[in-house]
Design a protein. Structure first.
Length: 306
């Protein structure tokens, strides 16, 4: 059954052939290109130049639009260019935790963030856009694609984000943005309003189009069907009673839950400490500035709700 458009209220208590055609190495310049030491260290932590794996990510996450031609698709091992940075972001989602007691499992984040062949939303694709305006990292209008902008790729970016400082070129943030943007497509697929609210308002200090509700639930919380929120498939569930979101997610919420899982439970073998620290830093920026009703916790402190 389809749901009525709108925000539930909160209760206290975000092929192979085609690859061959672009395989010749050409010099490209897309954004303010370059790679941070964190980006480079993560590139070495997974088989980033495995062309079979890159082809799977390219296709599964819909990085197939010709807008990527000047953004490094022909130089896909170069972590200084946007295309390889998207591959890193997807690989980071693929390395997210699988332990009990987290917000959500790796498998759910992977399925939700995919562009095609996913139970979460209709097939979409990722498009590279140099500029949507100051500070815009990504944008998903109702439709069949998500735009990724230069601020999420620019080097050197902002190493210590703050509410008034765009948190661009942060690998953990880039992964979370993919999850955030694909959640807009989940909202569209389920007939929920996929727009953000304007700020500042309430506890949201962000600008126009950057405020959400936070629907509190603890990591591993019990759901009405007897499952827990940290089990595979639970991210794709809701519990809305009388238009009240008892178990529900907004785009900023799902990205901060991902950042919390990475920061606290990320594998020290696969995820360099700098990435986990980035996840905590940027996650706490969103928790403190993007929720009208306030999130009620910060990453690194106990979650105060059941």
């Amino acid at each position: 059954m389809k749901n009525t458009k709108g925000f539930p209220r909160f209760v206290l208590g975000a092929v192979a052939a085609a690859m061959v055609l672009v395989s010749a190495v050409i010099l490209v310049h897309a954004c303010t290109d370059g790679a941070t030491t964190t980006e480079v260290s993560f590139t070495k932590a997974w088989p980033s130049c495995d062309q079979d794996l890159i082809r799977q990510l390219w296709q599964g996450w819909g990085v197939t639009d010709d807008s990527w031609n000047p953004a490094g698709i022909s130089d896909d091992c170069n972590e200084g260019l946007p295309f390889a940075k998207v591959m890193n972001a997807i690989a980071l989602i693929g390395g997210s935790p699988t332990v009990a007691g987290i917000f959500h499992q790796r498998g759910d984040y992977m399925l939700e963030s995919r562009a095609v062949s996913t139970p979460y939303h209709d097939d979409v694709y990722l498009r590279f856009i140099q500029d949507h305006g100051a500070g815009v990292e990504a944008q998903s209008d109702a439709g069949d694609h998500t735009d990724l902008d230069c601020p999420i790729f620019n080097f050197p970016g902002v190493p210590t984000p703050s509410p008034g400082n765009p948190n661009a070129e942060m690998l953990a943030e880039r992964s979370a943005v993919l999850i955030h943007e694909m959640w807009h497509h989940w909202q569209d697929a389920h007939d929920y309003d996929s727009s953000h609210m304007d700020g500042p308002q309430g506890s949201c200090t962000a600008a126009a189009g950057a405020c959400d509700w936070f629907y509190p639930h603890a990591p591993g919380s019990s759901l009405p069907d007897g499952t827990n929120s940290d089990q595979i498939g639970s991210l794709n569930k809701t519990n809305v009673v009388n238009d009240i979101g008892l178990y529900f997610h907004s785009p900023y919420q799902i990205m901060t839950e991902f950042e919390s899982d990475v920061a606290i439970f990320g594998s020290p073998v696969f995820m360099p400490f700098a990435i986990r620290q980035e996840a905590q830093n940027v996650g706490n920026v969103h928790l403190s500035s993007n929720f009208v009703n306030g999130a009620g916790f910060t990453i690194g402190n106990p979650v105060p709700f059941p």
